[in-house]
Design a protein around this ligand. Structure first.
Ligand code: ATP
Length: 585
């Protein structure tokens, strides 16, 4: 497929607001994509790599602006691009406002320039760019990007710019891609028409909806276990429902973690009569994969590969496990007496790429596993929690302290005693789980409840900052925080809720500036806009209603706690959570 055609179809989708119509446009695009189906299914979500693959293009706004400036000609600088961004508010519109296309113009006159871009070419160039590393890689990235922009017309430039910054923003969320895969390759045309037709007979329409929902569920399951929209789209097209039913978990490919809501023992017992209770470990989530050959890999909650940072967990699993498995758990930091250390300590180890051996001496970490998703060829996602936990104990050894203690109880006093013991031992609280529930990846449902007495903190996205004064003028000092709001299509928007400047040491100011400076989108005076990418955990005294910030709320006395390196803007706290907290104040 020509990239120009992809851009034209993306523009058509962007201009549409009705969800069903978006799904049908997407379905048409998928049917027409032929060999490029997998790529197109990712591109519409602003992705080059499958969701399980944590490889990123690693292109910050500055690099993208520089590439656009170069393609726009010798009189345009990255500052000009940023000025236009300040006016137009969106990088796609800025890229579309320049006239690149020089080489294509020559080609049209037979002067030996290059032809138009194809989807496959954009994909392979961006993949090559992602692989560039080490000295000179910035330059290679800039050249590749410049080369791509140089061959685009305004519509292509609009979507290329958004794609390289992973902000497609055409109103296509994961749900619309899932539904469109079903509509394109599984749902009978007659059913799709009956659902869309306002005059259809109600019985016919209800039956059509039921069949469509079954097809969507088939696609959803395949997506949950594979995390690969491109592959699932191809399997749906080439092998239909039977092929999708045959998509399984694959050791070495992380899946999304199941999440928890806040809740109490009374909630749990009302709902399930008997609850499964576990310690809530104060560490970082980790998914453990051990393949047929014995190789172990570890993934964070963002599905990032953290194997290199945690060698003692790798060694532990190599020793303890002798079949292929996927386990879910927490890595915790321990003091010499074996008592848990605070969460900040584990963050010093997690995702670390340098000085791992030295840090290993300073902060000891251990695995606490609480779930088993796959063991020795058996996918266990649909098995009840108790069965999965039994399997976990079999895999790691019945008496292993790496296996969470799971207490089944229908007695609130017994649960209160368990909670008091957990807190005495220095843990964060307890988890209450539905003993019969399946493991639902990515779901923050009612089957897992977390209970912790700590004062609440919020995990908020940094969307702006201010340069400091005097000796701190080279450092970002005050940080603008935003809560996440999911719009109708499943895209995330960010609404401001406060500024934090207290609780940050001089050393942290340097680190935070290093972390955030590459993400600056535009500057005006001392104030900068920052691309949503970093999540701060912040404490506060109270949340007040306030017209000062776009969320309608403001934090009173906000204080910096830590950078949540294990979180992305997509998993930061939502405005809905803020509203729940306001109600409970
Ligand atoms: P929090 O800041 O409270 O950890 P969160 O947003 O990071 O919240 P939640 O899903 O709300 O994550 O809380 C559940 C988290 O608690 C899990 O992601 C996991 O990292 C951790 N956890 C600790 N012990 C357990 C356990 N026994 N079972 C499940 N999750 C556990």
């Amino acid at each position: 497929m020509e990239f120009a055609e992809f851009a034209e179809r993306a523009a058509e989708i962007e201009a549409e607001s009705a969800d069903l119509t978006i799904v049908s446009y997407l379905a048409d695009l998928f049917r027409d994509a032929d060999d490029d189906l997998a790529t197109v299914a990712r591109f519409v979500q602003g992705r080059v790599f499958p969701a399980w693959d944590s490889t990123t293009l690693d292109i910050g706004p500055r690099l993208c602006h520089e590439a656009i400036a170069r393609a726009a000609g010798p009189n345009v600088s990255a500052d000009d691009v940023e000025d236009r961004l300040a006016e137009q508010g969106e990088i796609g519109a800025v890229a579309a406002s320049y006239d690149f296309g020089g080489q294509r113009g020559l080609a049209a006159f037979g002067a030996g320039g290059q032809d138009g871009l194809t989807v496959a070419e954009v994909d392979s160039e961006l993949r090559a760019l992602a692989a560039a590393s080490g000295a000179g890689s910035e330059d290679t990235k800039l050249k590749t990007l410049y080369g791509l922009f140089n061959r685009t017309d305004p519509d292509e430039a609009r979507f290329l710019a958004r794609l390289v910054l992973s902000e497609m923003r055409i109103g296509v969320g994961e749900g619309s891609v899932r539904d469109a895969i079903a509509e394109a390759f599984l749902v009978a045309d007659a059913d799709a028409t009956a659902i869309r037709d306002d005059d259809a007979d109600t019985d016919t329409e209800a039956a059509a909806r039921e069949r469509r929902d079954e097809n969507i569920a088939t696609v959803a399951r395949a997506l949950q276990v594979s995390n690969d929209y491109g592959m699932v789209a191809e399997v749906a097209r080439d092998e239909g429902k039977a092929g999708l039913d045959d998509v399984h978990l694959e050791v070495g490919r992380p899946i999304q973690a199941m999440l928890a809501q806040a809740g109490t023992a009374a909630d749990a017992l009302d709902e399930w009569e008997t609850a499964a209770i576990e310690t809530k470990f104060d560490g970082a989530r980790v998914q453990v994969h051990r393949d047929e050959s014995g190789e172990v890999s570890l993934y964070s909650r963002n599905m990032e590969d953290v194997t290199g940072a945690l060698p003692e967990v790798v060694e532990f699993v190599e020793d303890a496990v002798d079949c292929p498995v996927i386990l879910d758990g927490e890595v915790v930091a321990m003091d010499d007496a074996g008592d848990p250390l605070p969460f900040q300590e584990i963050l010093r180890r997690f995702r670390r790429k340098h000085d791992v051996d030295q840090m290993r001496e300073e902060v000891r970490v251990e695995l606490r596993a609480f779930d088993c998703l796959h063991a020795d060829g058996d996918d266990l996602l649909n098995a009840p929690l108790t069965t999965r936990h039994d399997r976990l104990a079999t895999v790691l050894g019945q008496d292993s302290k790496a296996v969470s203690d799971l207490l089944l109880s229908d007695d609130s006093d017994e649960i209160a005693g368990y909670e008091a013991d957990a807190l005495d031992a220095g843990h964060e609280g307890i988890m209450l789980k539905n003993p019969d529930a399946a493991y639902s990846p990515g779901d923050r449902g009612k089957n897992w409840l977390k209970r912790k007495p700590d004062v609440e903190t919020l995990d908020l996205v940094v969307t702006g900052a201010e340069w400091g004064e005097g000796r701190r003028a080279k450092f970002l000092g005050t940080f603008l925080l935003s809560a996440r709001v999911e719009d109708a299509s499943g895209d995330d928007e960010f609404e401001t809720i406060g500024k934090v400047a207290t609780g940050i040491t001089d050393e942290q100011l340097v680190e935070l500036t290093d972390l955030l400076e590459p993400e600056i989108e535009r500057e005006s005076g001392k104030e900068v806009d920052i691309r949503p990418s970093v999540v701060f955990e912040v404490g506060y005294e109270e949340i007040q209603e306030s017209p000062t910030y776009s969320s309608g709320y403001a934090l009173r006395f906000p204080r910096f706690v830590t950078v949540r390196e294990d979180k992305t803007p997509e998993t930061a706290d939502s405005l809905a959570r803020v509203e729940r907290l306001v109600e409970s104040q």
